[in-house]
Ligand binder design. Structure first.
Ligand code: M6R
Length: 613
């Protein structure tokens, strides 16, 4: 959460920082700020609101010229944790004498104790943030060497940080450090760009170093010296970022979310490329690094994740049990982390995370490792913490997902989970012939998604009928229950309509009391096991005056007659229908939110990567 960028080099730093902040804005967007090492000393400009406001502020500022001539600076876009999104609480923050300036992601957990200590010494704080406390601490240790001051300070803090600092007396120098919150160092020619994620640096360079936890680096121009706290100098591997610059732009779409919805056929193809063997009826998942012998030993799969990734996991649970006949369980990562889970021999923990940085999922991974479990991860962001800590897993290769509302990551996660289920199944009871049938159906998924995308105009029309409601239910059963959960999550996060998903059978155990003409029900009624029961559930809702929007299989007249409006998806097996059905619900949520005039790419209170508990 929150975005950090820093620059040291020959270019004017400000345009790099402002354009970087725009790329990072999806990580938090309630206030933004910039600090530049100018000929007139350190200048800080910040304000509440979005990066566009900050860009306007710096261009109209009387000190614009000095700001524009600086070659070193740091900037931040915030998702508030400590203190509301005011200008005072916006980063960068300074020490009491203005010698040190910092931007920070994460949480300093012992900030209260440190604040009291400094207050007793007479320091005055301008903000309510934990970050300002860290700035005071660094300044207290500062004796002319920023690296040394930050190193000493970080040994006194408890919590998580990705931090970038400058000192007024060392213009041109950046010190960056990480513990639990990512920092990537982009290595340019005569310049270095540091950021909290690669999206902000790929315009300038693809050569990057991802810091490990407890790493601290001093940067001056192209000179990068990395140390591990308390262990001295270290060398970290240089990697090449393979995203295209276009991938991190809107490319003519009104919103990143719409662009990413439309990217799904390609994203899923990339996810599946070289991984499906239709001839042998299996999947090739070398990243799992498990032989068929080791796969047979897996007696139970424990899937952990949060939000959309957890919903994908729920579909994985159905597929693993369905194809492979081995038990699978999904658990919210925070719950897994704190309830002292029983993880035995024969269990494999599979962590799912688009960003690979979600604090609860990372903690669940660490707990599973601690318990001696076999742990693997499905992650989109290459080099992310979860990917590195598990060391075993499958990258999604879905490309950068900028929209806060996850779309292509979900469908890529589900595609991988179907392949994992197939692989486990082939190592167990599934025949080659059955495996071939399933793998051919999985191979068709991109084509199914293309067909749904072609119905965008119809979905937009349907959305007009539902955009003015304040509440709604989503219902589904079997594989379609997690689809209902995901559809409701998408709608609520971008349109602010109160959307609740229930298993279709659960409705009459309480929630049905809320049904009336102002409570539409979005019902998963496509063909598959239990469709007859789902149709009866929809009829029960209709009998109570609830408007029914059905997701139905193309041409299914019986299902159509049960609904007031329908969204049609192509005919396909129930285990792959989850993907076209979800894509249809993504488009539905998108159009509803657009009609309601919502900030689709930057929904209120949210951020892309949830790196706090
Ligand atoms: O990066 P992760 O997949 O670990 O993120 C988990 C959730 O925070 C994320 O899926 C969230 O629910 C999305 N905003 C949903 O669209």
């Amino acid at each position: 959460m929150c975005g950090i960028i820093g620059y040291s080099g020959k270019r004017a730093a400000m345009p790099v920082l402002i354009s970087g902040l725009k790329k990072l804005e999806y990580r938090g967007y309630d206030s933004a700020g910039v600090a530049l090492a100018t000929d007139n000393g350190m200048l800080i400009k910040k304000q509440s609101g979005k990066v566009a406001g900050l860009a306007e502020l710096v261009t109209t500022d009387p000190q614009h010229e000095q700001l524009s001539n600086a070659h070193c600076g740091i900037a931040h876009t915030r998702w508030a944790t400590h203190g509301p999104p005011t200008t005072d609480n916006a980063h960068p923050h300074q020490g009491p004498l203005g010698k040190i300036v910092i931007v920070h992601n994460g949480i300093i957990e012992n900030h209260n104790a440190l604040r009291e200590r400094f207050k007793a010494e007479g320091n005055v704080f301008k903000s309510q943030t934990d970050t300002e406390v860290l700035a005071h601490l660094i300044e207290a240790h500062y004796e002319g060497d920023l690296l040394e001051a930050v190193t000493k300070s970080l040994t006194e803090v408890v919590g998580t940080y990705g931090v970038t600092c400058m000192a007024a007396d060392e213009p041109g120098v950046l010190v960056v450090a990480r513990s639990g919150s990512p920092i990537v160092i982009g290595l340019g020619e005569d310049e270095t760009i540091v950021a909290s994620d690669a999206a902000a640096i790929i315009t300038y360079t693809r050569q990057a170093i991802y810091l490990d936890d407890n790493d601290i680096a001093r940067i001056e121009g192209s000179q990068v010296d990395i140390h591990s706290l308390g262990l001295g100098a270290v060398t970290r591997k240089q990697t090449e970022i393979d995203w295209s610059t276009d991938a991190a732009e809107k490319g003519g779409y009104d919103h990143y979310m719409l662009k990413e919805i439309y990217e799904q056929p390609e994203a899923i193809k990339n996810t599946m490329r070289g991984r499906l063997d239709t001839h042998r009826g299996t999947a090739l998942l070398s990243g799992l690094n498990l032989s068929p012998r080791e796969l047979v030993d897996i007696q139970r799969l424990l899937i952990v994740g949060c939000g959309t990734s957890m919903n994908a996991g729920l579909i994985g649970e159905y597929a693993v049990e369905d194809f492979a006949g081995i038990p699978a369980e999904v658990e919210q990562a925070a719950e897994f982390r704190y309830r002292n889970p029983i993880v035995g021999r024969g269990d494999m923990v599979l962590a799912i995370s688009q960003s690979g940085e979600t604090a609860d999922t990372l903690a669940a991974v660490r707990e599973a490792v601690e318990k001696g479990s076999l742990v693997a991860a499905l992650v989109n962001v290459v080099g992310s913490t979860i990917a590195r800590e598990t060391g075993r897993g499958i990258y999604l290769h879905a490309g950068p997902e900028i929209s806060v509302a996850s779309t292509k990551a979900f469908t890529s996660q589900v595609s991988v989970l179907l392949m994992v289920a197939l692989k486990l199944a082939r190592a167990n009871r599934l025949s080659r012939e059955q495996g071939t049938i399933i793998s051919r159906e999985i191979e068709r998924i991109p084509e199914l998604v293309e067909l749904v995308l072609k119905t965008n105009d119809q979905i937009e029309e349907v959305a007009k009928h539902y955009a003015s409601y304040d509440n709604c239910f989503y219902i589904g059963r079997g594989y379609m229950y997690p689809v209902a959960l995901e559809g409701a999550l998408k709608l609520k996060e971008i349109s602010y309509i109160h959307a609740e998903a229930y298993h279709s059978a659960e409705l009459k155990h309480g929630p049905i009391a809320l049904l009336e003409a102002s409570m539409p029900v979005i019902a998963m009624l496509n063909k598959g096991p239990g469709q007859d029961k789902s149709l009866s559930n929809a009829a029960e809702c209709k009998a109570r005056s609830a408007p029914i929007l059905g997701v139905i299989t193309e041409g299914d007249e019986e299902a159509r007659s049960a609904c007031d409006h329908v969204i049609e998806i192509p005919d396909c097996p129930h285990y792959t229908s989850v993907i076209p059905a979800t894509v249809a619900l993504q488009l539905f949520a998108y159009h509803v939110a657009k009609i309601r005039g919502c900030a689709i790419d930057q929904p209120r209170n949210l951020a892309k990567s949830v790196t706090v508990e």
